[in-house]
Design a protein around this ligand. Structure first.
Ligand code: GLU
Length: 305
């Protein structure tokens, strides 16, 4: 398949959508993104790479980090993890408090904010003061790239404005579903959201999920085949908050979005994809990113259905 031509066609066809969507402003630093940016990267399991747009430009991975922390937490806790976070779609916005209260502080899944805060708390119990550097090390390992760090300004911006996240963690603490000090856990969560990566690095970082849990190049197992299957299933059903059904319907691939404008997607046994465009749709997912992935699966037939 001629992926260079397909990426070029996608880049042409998405131009008309640049007038749509909005930059997020509840984290002030994110509102400073360049709304005309677009990048898309494909990396195959045999090492071929195809890129278009500003694929070297780093952006904050935000909720894409939830895939990495969930992978690490699942590796350590296995099924025990599900006592503290579920695996059902929420049908609610990413930072909703309502459902969390009537479900007694157990978040529906690890890909909404409350669920990711719990997985970060679980990792804090294991790694204690080293938790952020362990998360970062894991991301560097799966990306095969040591040049990854977080953005202090974005971290501070979230810390100063993440009122709903403070509400979520406090509510969960009241239900005894947070074991470590609130300030430590929330800071680790905000730091992981502020990690900066480009579409090339993120596509690389997702390859193990396209390859039954193994690094396709070193052949090193990152996670078991069965756990990789479950992570992909959760990305398919919960990766886009209350628009997860819509994403699965239109794109037909497991994927995870972040309010920084990135979306990663996995074509099982073939490749990983990352797309970036910072203006978001109503549900907090990259508007053009979603459109680009829909065009990709329509043009190539590479969806799981
Ligand atoms: N840091 C963001 C928040 O907690 C993550 C949300 C997202 O990327 O969807 O609000």
């Amino acid at each position: 398949m001629d992926f260079n031509t397909i990426l070029k066609e996608i880049q042409d066809e998405i131009q008309k959508y640049f007038t749509k969507g909005k930059l997020p402003n509840y984290i002030p630093m994110l509102a400073q993104a360049d709304e005309n940016d677009f990048a898309m990267s494909l990396v195959t399991l045999d090492g071929e790479e195809y890129h278009t747009g500003c694929s070297n430009k780093k952006f904050s991975i935000q909720s894409i980090s939830k895939v990495f922390t969930f992978t690490l937490a699942l590796e350590h806790y296995s099924k025990e993890l599900y006592k503290r976070v579920g695996h059902e779609p929420s049908g609610n916005p990413f930072n909703s408090l309502v459902q969390l209260e009537y479900e007694s502080g157990i978040p529906r899944n690890p890909f909404i904010n409350a669920g990711a805060i719990v997985t970060t708390d679980c990792l804090s119990s294991i790694y204690e003061n080293n938790v952020f550097s362990k998360i970062l090390d894991f991301i560097k390992k799966v990306s095969n790239d040591q040049d990854i760090t977080f953005d202090e300004d974005i971290f501070i911006s979230e810390l100063g404005h993440g009122f709903k996240n403070f509400a979520l963690i406090n509510m969960m603490k009241s239900y005894h579903n947070i074991k470590n000090p609130i300030d430590d856990v929330i800071q680790t969560y905000f730091k992981q959201c502020s990690i900066m990566m480009n579409t090339k690095q993120l596509a690389h970082a997702m390859l193990f999920l396209a390859n039954h849990g193994k690094d396709p190049f070193s052949k090193e197992p990152i996670i078991s085949e069965s756990k990789a299957k479950r992570i992909n299933s959760l990305m398919l059903t919960c990766g886009h908050y209350d628009a997860s059904g819509d994403f699965a319907y239109k794109v037909g691939l497991p994927g995870k979005s972040g309010v920084g404008g990135g979306i990663v997607a996995v074509v099982p046994k073939k490749m990983a994809i990352c797309v970036y465009s910072p203006k978001l749709n109503f549900h907090g997912n990259s508007l053009i990113g979603t459109k680009a992935l829909e065009l990709f699966t329509t043009k190539t037939g590479l969806s799981i259905f």
